[in-house]
Design a protein around this ligand. Sequence first.
Ligand SMILES: Nc1ncnc2c1ncn2[C@@H]1O[C@H](COP(=O)(O)OP(=O)(O)O)[C@@H](O)[C@H]1O
Ligand SMILES: [Mg+2]
Length: 313
Amino acid sequence: MGKIKLALLSGGISSEREVSLSGAYQVYDVLDKEKYDITRYDPATDLLQLVKDAESIDAALLILHGPYGEDGTVQGLLELLDIPYQGAGVLGSALAMNKLASKRMYEQAGIPVPAYLDFVKGEKVDIHGCVQTLGLPIVVKPASAGSSVGMTIVKKEKDLEAAIAKAFDQDETILLEEYVKGLELTCAVLGNQDVEALPVIEIIPGEGHEFFDYEAKYVVGRTQEICPARIEDSVRDRVQELAVTAHKSLFLRGYSRSDMILSDQGVVVLETNTIPGMTETSLLPRAAKVGGYAFPELLDRLIELSMEKRRAV
Ligand SMILES: Nc1ncnc2c1ncn2[C@@H]1O[C@H](COP(=O)(O)OP(=O)(O)O)[C@@H](O)[C@H]1O
Ligand SMILES: [Mg+2]
């Protein structure tokens, strides 16, 4: 068999462009050049070229985060071009990108989520009412931005209005969530028909980061990530079960990574990422390594899964 002609997509126009580019750089580096003939495309500039080359492409590997990459738009284009790609399809990508849509699917599936309120731009927000319902602090976030962009943890009622305005700068829909105090955990799953949960990771944001914010996520050494997480077996089982249920509830395929918090009340799910960070030290590659897949093997597996006969989602 000849080499697999692989389109590596990275960059794009979302606020996570830089993260995407640095992830793809490392991915390119470790992919087996004997096995893959790789061409890079940046959706910001190269979509036309991608369309022109479509016929000769065997599979696409998407290292794109946030809107116009992780949200089903690029996936839709690839469907039309009949190019297989790793991970969630159009529906799953779109649902997972929107934290409100995700919550509604989670709730249907019996997955616990933090108490929340949602608002659309232009709607009147009763600030005091929000505080009475959710208590303080309140986590304000745009429904569909990633990497903690536009997000604020509000500790005083007087700061809520500005935080809401900031979130509305990113999206038409925003969420206000009860602040859940506890241990942050994240759990990835892998597989198409048989979905396997990878070892759970425990996340400890470093000094000076009150939550897992943009810097804590991407500046080396800012966060401690421990895998496998130091939790009881029963909690581990619960987290892995929730990660699989969350994956299925959003109609995902291939792989995903769900973020959760373990509090006194049990585990709540925050969100599911359909194209999790892909540098060698990112969460999913680290969990995969503990689970027995080195970084290049994980990439091989994702490409293999993408080329398996696709389901109609
Ligand atoms: N309801 C919440 N309670 C406590 N911390 C939260 C809550 N929601 C978000 N966070 C913190 O903010 C981080 C980012 O939130 P998340 O919902 O995962 O969005 P994203 O990763 O897409 O920015 C989480 O990892 C966590 O540290
Ligand atoms: Mg997250």
